[in-house]
Each structure stands twice: as C-alpha cells, then as structure tokens.
Ligand binder design. Structure first.
Ligand code: PMT
Length: 394
C-alpha cells in the first residue's frame, strides 16, 4: 500500500515513545521507507539501535554532521512525503509554534512543506496549560494536523487527558493525507485573499478587516493536495507556491486576468473594495478644511468575480465566489450567486466575532449553481478550506 512513500517519524522525549516502535513496524509492513529522527531526550525512552533496526535506516539526532554535503534538516525535509511527530511533548509543541529550531527534529519540521501530523502525549495538567493550548491552536491555524490526546490512566499516575491517541488513528490519518496529496495534481487554482488597499493619498488608504486567513488556508490546502495554487493577495506572505502581491482591486483584476487563461479554478475569497478614490493625491493631504469636513469622491471598482464568470477561458473552469453578509445570509447569498453567475458561492456571516473576518475559524454555507446547499459547521479555516475543495473536486 505504501511502497514508494517516504514516511518521516519524529520522536520526542515522552514515555509514549516506546509505542512508536510498533508504529514504525506498521509502516514497514506496508513497504514504506521509514526514517526516524529523535530529540536527544527521546533516547531516554527508546534506544537508537531499536529504532535503527525497526526502520532499517540511520536514525537522525545531530543536526550538523561535517561529512554530509547537504544540511541534514533540508535533506530529511526534501525526501519525506509526510512527517509524523509522535509523541509530541509540550516542549516540542511550543518550539514548533514559535519557530524555535534548536535540534534536528524542530529544524526539519520548520523547513517541512508537506503535511505534518502532531500526536501530543503528556501529563493532563500540561495538556490543559493555557500556553500549551494556545500553541496547539497556533499549530492548527498553520495547517498542522493535530491528533488530540485521549483520556485515561497516564504513566505519571494521573487520570485525565494526555494519553497518546491510538496508533491506528495516526496511521489512518497519514494514509488519508498521503492519498489527498494526489487529488488535485496539475490543477492550477487561483485564489484571492485579504482586503484590497485603495489609496487616498501617499499615506492613507481605504481597506477592510479581511486578514487573508480564509483565502490563504484554501491556497495551502490546494497546495497540500498537489495543486499549483496562485495566491493573489494584499497580505505579505511567503509560500512554497506562487504568490502575487497586489494592493488595489484594479491590481487584483489585472493579476487574476493575467493568470486566468490556463487555470482550472478561481476562488475569490478576497474582500474586494467596491469603491476607490476617484483621484489619488500624489502628496499627503493637509488638514486645511475650515469647517473640519472633507469629502473624498469615490468611484466604483470593477466586479472581478462577475467579470470572470462572463469570460471563462474554458467550459470546465470552476468559478467560486465568497459572500460576506451581516444579515439574511442565505437569502442574500442566493441573490448573489444568481447575480454574479459563479458555480459555487461560499456564504459566511461576518456579524459574528467567533468566525469570519480575521478569526482563525469560519462557519459557511456552500451554495451551488443548481440550487443545492451544504452547511459546514464552525471549524478552523484550514478545515473549512479542505471541505470546500472536497465539495468542488470530490
Ligand atoms: O480574510 P479573512 O480575515 O480570513 O476573512 C475571510 C472573509 C470573511 C473576507 C471571506 O471569508 C469572505 O467572505 N470573502 C468575501 C468578502 C466579500 O467581498 O464579499 P462580497 O459579498 O462583498 O463579495 C462577493 C464576491 O465578489 C467575493 O467573492 C468578492 O471577492 C467578489 N468581489 C467583490 C467586489 C468586487 N468589486 N469584486 C469582486 O470580485
């Protein structure tokens, strides 16, 4: 089942490390190539010799080995199709969430561009610690797959949440992520994200509270599934796929049309400003108004989504819009999908503080051109992104 697949297992210093010996065997039985990397503390619980024999590969511990041509963390990260960190201690979780790379395992994880599964295991007090939970949330929003620990009797003598989840759960999730990889291979998907920036003068602009998180989560998910995303955004991000940095709606319109021709799908998650200043002052405007009031004349921006729908470059191209509403969500979304002419419309309620603009979470209803609807309950934007792509591509 896994022949040709490269599985990288990261083991950190927790008692559940001994269970990972069996996990290595599960992958080996399916003909996977398994490489193991350990934190130095992991070797207090399992021996290098055991891991080496089970994986039939050298075990990585030290980051800098003089005889190696390529830095170790880069070669491990390049080779593997998936990384599984199990058990993940509170210490390693916190390092990963904060970009700390002080050993081989954390350096590999930081450089890794493919799916990472984290299976935490620790004392229940540590698991419930505010900072650990914050760090877990950070990792979720950065697209790590977290397999929560389970309740039960813990090696430290406590009863509570902290036991490593079952090995079957880790194994099955990794298979799911590895298979997901292939689904969107060769698909070029354009995704817009973030609010547009409409200048008034050289130092001021009109914009909105869109953080770009929703669109970026979709681009990440598409990339993880093998697609070639093109992210067009006002947000400054660095990604392993193509990112086109824009400011205004007209910049976005140009970038979208430049990329449109050979694309398979366009997903407009950006909050595009409907209006821009008619004239942009090429100096900093002065506070000279005698009555304390000024007027800025606005002119309408192009409706990019509507325009693409009328200019599909092939009949199979899929166009997806978003719909941000603060009242009558479904009624307005139904009107909008008809007006814009897109294949799908993702409706979200922006009046709620716990989802939508700037939040790490969303709750949406997917409307299809044929009138069908599907509600997705509140989840991280990464999870919502996966489900939107699943709805589109099955
Ligand atoms: O970025 P986040 O903080 O993660 O927040 C995500 C989000 C709430 C911004 C996102 O989920 C969302 O709802 N995006 C669409 C916001 C919006 O502009 O909605 P709208 O109903 O005004 O526009 C409908 C659709 O037309 C959108 O796909 C929009 O990109 C597009 N549009 C709008 C105006 C315009 N001039 N051109 C367009 O293409």
């Amino acid at each position: 089942m896994l022949s040709g697949k490269n599985i990288l297992i990261g083991i950190t210093g927790g008692i559940a490390a001994y269970k990972i010996c069996e996990l290595i065997r599960m992958y080996k039985r399916q003909n996977a190539n398994v490489r193991v990397v350990c934190t130095p503390n992991a070797l207090n619980f399992v021996t290098k010799l055991t891991l080496q024999n089970l994986s039939q590969n050298e075990v990585g511990i030290e980051e800098f080995e003089l005889e190696k041509f390529k830095p170790e963390h880069i070669s491990y990260a390049d080779e593997a199709d998936i990384m599984i960190i199990a058990p993940a201690t509170a210490n390693t979780i916190s390092k990963l969430a904060n970009g700390i790379c002080d050993n081989l395992l954390t350096s590999i994880a930081c450089a890794f561009q493919k799916p990472i599964i984290i299976a935490p295991a620790m004392n229940c007090g540590m698991w419930n610690n505010k900072f650990i939970q914050e760090n877990i949330e950070k990792l979720k929003t950065a697209n790590y797959t977290i397999l929560d620990p389970e309740d039960g009797y813990l090696a430290c003598g406590y009863n509570g949440t902290g036991r490593l989840c079952s090995l079957d759960k880790i194994f099955n999730k990794s298979i799911e992520l590895l298979n997901r990889e292939k689904k969107l291979t060769n698909k070029k998907i354009i995704i817009t994200a973030g609010g547009t920036i409409e200048k008034i003068d050289t130092v001021r602009y009109i914009s909105n509270f869109s953080s770009g998180k929703m669109g970026i989560a979709i681009a990440d998910s598409a990339y993880n599934q093998g697609a070639q995303p093109v992210l067009i955004t006002s947000v400054k991000v660095q990604k392993p796929y193509k990112v086109i940095q824009i400011e205004s709606a007209t910049d976005m319109q140009k970038a979208v049309f430049d990329e449109l021709e050979d694309s398979d799908c366009v997903i407009m998650a950006a909050a595009v400003a409907d209006y821009r200043a008619k004239n942009i002052a090429n100096y900093k405007m002065k506070k000279t108004s005698p009555d304390g009031e000024i007027s800025i004349e606005l002119t309408q921006n192009p409706d990019i989504l509507k325009e693409i729908c009328t200019k599909k470059t092939n009949p199979n191209q899929i166009i997806v819009g978003f719909c941000a509403e603060s009242e009558d969500l479904i009624k307005n979304a139904k009107e909008k999908i008809a007006k814009k002419g897109c294949d799908y419309l993702i409706a979200n309620d922006i009046s709620r503080k716990d989802i939508g603009f700037s939040s790490d979470f969303n709750e949406v209803t997917i409307l299809k051109k044929n009138g069908e609807m599907k509600a997705l309950s509140r989840a991280t934007k990464a999870e919502i992104a996966d489900k939107i792509l699943e709805e589109i591509y099955g």
